[in-house]
Design a protein around this ligand. Sequence first.
Ligand code: PLP
Length: 389
Amino acid sequence: MSNATKLIHSIPTDPLTGAISVPIYQTSTFLQEAPGINKGYDYARTGNPTRFALEDLAAKLEEGHTGIAFSSGLAAIDAVLKLLKTGDEIIAVDDIYGGAFRLFTHVYEKFGITVHYVDATDPIHVFNALTAATRLIWIETPTNPTLKICDIKTIAAIAKAHSCWLCVDNTFASPALQKPLVWGADLVVHSATKYLGGHSDLIAGLVITKEKELGEKIKFIQNASGAILPAFDSWLVIRGIETLPLRIEKHCSNARAVAEFLCSHPAVDKVYYPGLTNHPNHEIAKKQASGFGGIVSFSLKEDTTEAAIAFVTSTHYFKLAESLGGIKSLLCHPATMTHKSIPSEKRKASGVADSLVRLSVGLEDAGDLIDDIEQAFEKIKHKSFLLKK
Ligand SMILES: *Cc1c(COP(=O)(O)O)cnc(C)c1O
């Protein structure tokens, strides 16, 4: 059975009515015949059939054991961190998602959890940062926004040898392209707000565990802390996932066309896209994922915030907004938007230059998107700072 068929038929029909679409069980509580005697549900924070359908689908998609759905990607990340206790250490990829950095550093460090940020594109840096207290290794691949690639299989082997967990934030690739649990990771997290939802119309998060035992721990945290995904939003994510393989294919081909165009443009300094053969970890990206995704970043020869802001306010189809992974193309300026909570020295050291622009290439026609970028470059040429040849 092909992946597309498997995916579509992993979405259950309703056992009660035969409804082809998963029903939205909009209820807070469930009837009990006698205390503790019920149809498998008692209270909707603990369990809801619509959410369960999504959680089950997510587990199947990532080839894991348990899926757990949260009210945001950060709530999902937060649930994983709650596996830790005071004194534990985390090794995390250095150009981590800004919100995860804020949570790790400004919430969890005060509980005595230490985070070591390393350039995880070379697994030796992860290995060298291990201590007796390391409990969790945290990577993103591709990373946000400079599309660095970490070798999941090698880092999973390091985690296993050291008896700590490897968690992969798989938001950028999505399970349509990359399945970290198959490469040996213990946990995967998603901001389902992005490609899984796919339409820029919801906020949601997922954790998927490889093993049942870790799944039970996260489920306990989900119920104990309460940041569940509501029934309607669960339904929307299921609806998004139905077209995931189809959308991802187009995101990938459009992003490649845009990346190749940017490489040829005289105003552009660096182009970041794992599908380019000159990307430093292109070979690993090719090995561990079946495609290179829909995100492309680039910096300008005129490496200033002003030049980047002029660009991001000159496009028509690429809309200036945070987030990514929807059908509509978006762009953002990480230094002043998604990554502003990261100190500037640290930000620059991880490759997020002042002029870096991140594109979330949507599902419009590739030629129209390239024309849009071209006209934006023409427009900013006439501003006070001239883009250098
Ligand atoms: C957006 C994002 C998150 C956070 O998810 P929310 O749904 O916004 O809470 C985490 N990781 C990555 C890589 C993201 O892009």
